[in-house]
Design a protein around this ligand. Structure first.
Ligand code: FE2
Length: 250
């Protein structure tokens, strides 16, 4: 069995709770689909855990923005990148672990392919940045069609922080509550695995996926949100909104 995690965004409490749940299952491999940094207060510790525990490491748009610049980000997201970049970017005399974490970000891959399964952060058309929105099947079916032309069988993504399944119909199946399952068949699908550190589907619990052969299970995990809220408030250059939204799951 594999565990797929994405969009941790420096939320150490959420990541730790997810790892406890992963360890309670028979998980052999953990794949990380991007965005270990951004928004949240403890990206360094999150990098250390992901680097140690995962065997696939993908680049998210926030990881990319940290290394380069937060182009096209809203002011709060861009502010969080600038705030944490000032803390994380190593200089000539920085401690070795600071260099190692920065190199970790720089070594993240754009995509991972395994047989007919594609793993990316965002979209098969643009692996780092394009949002595949739950509304797209209804308002922009051509976009969904174009995306599916680049999917051999299954694409696993994160990025929107909204768990669910896109089908070629086209439609979007919403993940409802803990242990929602979907069985992979012949049909092409794009599977959004949800977000560990900043869920946006109005359910504040951390989200990740267990993949057991053809069976996908979304897990929802309670964690100490108030502890993360406190940690965000201690980092004065992080906007308060980054904390409040965690309580609401949006
Ligand atoms: Fe994200």
């Amino acid at each position: 069995m594999k565990a797929l995690i994405s969009d941790i965004h420096g939320n150490l409490e959420a990541l730790k709770a997810v790892m406890v749940d992963i360890d309670a299952h028979h998980v052999e491999q953990i794949y990380f689909l991007g965005d270990v940094v951004g928004y949240g207060p403890e990206p360094e510790e999150c990098i250390d855990i992901v680097e140690k525990r995962c065997c696939v490491h993908l680049m998210g748009n926030h990881d990319y923005a940290m290394l380069n610049a937060p182009v096209g980000f809203n002011p709060i997201a861009a502010g969080a990148i600038e705030c944490l970049k000032a803390r994380m970017e190593p200089g000539v005399y920085s401690m070795p672990w600071k260099h190692r974490r920065w190199e970790y970000l720089g070594n993240l891959k754009n995509r991972h392919m395994e047989n007919d399964l594609l793993f990316i952060h965002a979209s098969p058309r643009d692996p780092i940045s394009e949002y595949i929105l739950p509304s797209d099947p209804f308002y922009d079916p051509e976009k969904i069609d174009s995306i599916f032309q680049r999917v051999e069988h299954v694409a696993f993504v994160g990025h929107t922080h909204i768990p669910g399944v896109f089908t070629t119909e086209p439609t979007f199946l919403v993940v409802q509550d803990i242990d929602y399952t979907f069985t992979l068949a012949q049909e092409k699908v794009v599977v959004n695995i949800g977000s560990v550190g900043q869920p946006r589907d109005m359910d504040p619990r951390a989200c990740y996926v267990l993949l057991d052969d053809n069976q996908i299970t979304w897990r929802r995990i309670e964690y100490d949100i108030e502890k993360t809220v406190e940690s965000i408030r201690k980092v004065t250059c992080l906007h308060d909104r980054n904390a409040e939204r965690l309580r609401e799951g949006r």
